[in-house]
Design a protein around this ligand. Structure first.
Ligand code: NDP
Length: 304
């Protein structure tokens, strides 16, 4: 039976630390940290993410500003909004919620954010600093995963780590951060040959591919640490039956509600074989928000 790496509990501890740091700043009369969140369009999942981020700000005492722009917003208008926030001295962090509507190039938009306010850590300047092992604002999800692994005392030095997925937001920065802790890292992706064998080498396996229940128990080395970043909505009952062998309640919810959330890993199978595993939900998701607020506080402290 695996140990459950409780991302929710760890995220709550991170948020409490942030709340205390903000309160200490307030007590000295320093400026309240402020996060500006921009949402373009009406993607329901993005609306939920933005609401959760704003609610977490409120919990910690960080001020938040919401910019809800219509789907018809032009790239020029979005750039104008970003530039205004770059120059607004009250604003410490700017987050453009992804994905952007079709026709907007996210990379081009993100490059317009002042790197000092780039709390998602996706500006080329911050990604370059990460590559060089220098201090900068780092992508929230992998940063918070590292924070949790360290808090749980997971040894990384000399361990074999496999990161499934090579996105700029999760896979690549995750691999760099694990390497920084002296793990020997393999990045796998959609062209990797014989993924099961590659995964079986991992002492630490991070799945970030966005494929429900893709990683099977037989791919996991006994005792491995499994971090499941994926957040997927499963609607297919047959697939659900394969994923939720351990969890009849989820299967029932899938039957009655028509869809449920799951990760990239078959949690029940992983639970039987891994040393530790993160659940979905309640694993990496809450950590991402905690990572975002950590970055906002850091950006505020850096700006003085
Ligand atoms: P992307 O779609 O940007 O990247 C997916 C990566 O997975 C790509 O590198 C792709 O390979 C690889 N991949 C896709 N299918 C396969 C496959 N069948 N076999 C091997 N590799 C595959 O996704 P993100 O990195 O943005 O997100 C990944 C998952 O994590 C999603 O479920 C997302 O919702 C979730 N997520 C969760 C967060 C959280 O807070 N918990 C935060 C961010 C993301 P290739 O490059 O070859 O195409």
């Amino acid at each position: 039976m695996a140990q459950i790496l409780d991302g929710k509990a760890h995220a709550d501890r991170m948020l409490e630390e942030i709340r205390q740091a903000v309160a200490t700043r307030n007590a000295t009369g320093a400026r309240v940290p402020c996060l500006a969140v921009i949402l373009v369009g009406e993607n329901p999942a993005s609306q939920v993410y933005v609401r959760n981020k704003v609610a977490a700000c409120a919990k910690t005492g960080i001020r938040s500003l919401e910019f809800l722009l219509p789907e018809t917003t032009t790239s020029d208008k979005l750039i104008d909004t970003i530039i205004e926030l770059n120059t607004n001295p009250e604003v410490d962090g700017i987050l453009v919620q992804l994905p952007l509507p079709k026709g907007m190039d996210a990379k081009v938009m993100l490059q317009r954010i002042d790197p000092a306010k780039d709390v998602d850590g996706l500006h080329p300047m911050n990604q370059g600093l990460l590559l060089q092992g220098q201090r900068g604002l780092r992508p929230c999800t992998p940063s918070a995963v590292m924070n949790m692994l360290k808090a749980y005392g997971v040894p990384m030095k000399g361990k074999r780590a496999v990161v499934l997925g090579r996105s700029e937001i999760v896979g690549k920065p995750m691999a760099l951060m694990l390497m920084e802790e002296h793990a020997t890292v393999t990045i796998a992706h959609s062209r990797t040959v014989d993924l099961p064998s590659v995964c079986r080498e991992a002492d630490i396996l991070v799945a970030a591919i966005g494929q429900p229940g893709f990683v099977e128990g037989s791919w996991i080395k006994p005792g491995a640490i499994v971090v499941d970043v994926g957040i997927n909505r499963v609607e297919d009952l047959q697939l659900g039956e394969r994923i939720f062998t351990h969890d009849p309640k989820k299967l029932e919810a899938l039957r009655t509600r028509g869809s449920v959330l799951c990760g990239d890993v078959r949690y029940g199978e992983a639970f039987e074989i891994a040393g530790s595993v993160t659940p979905v939900p309640g694993g990496v998701g809450p950590l991402t928000i905690a990572g975002l607020l950590t970055n906002t506080l850091q950006a505020c402290q850096n700006r003085g």
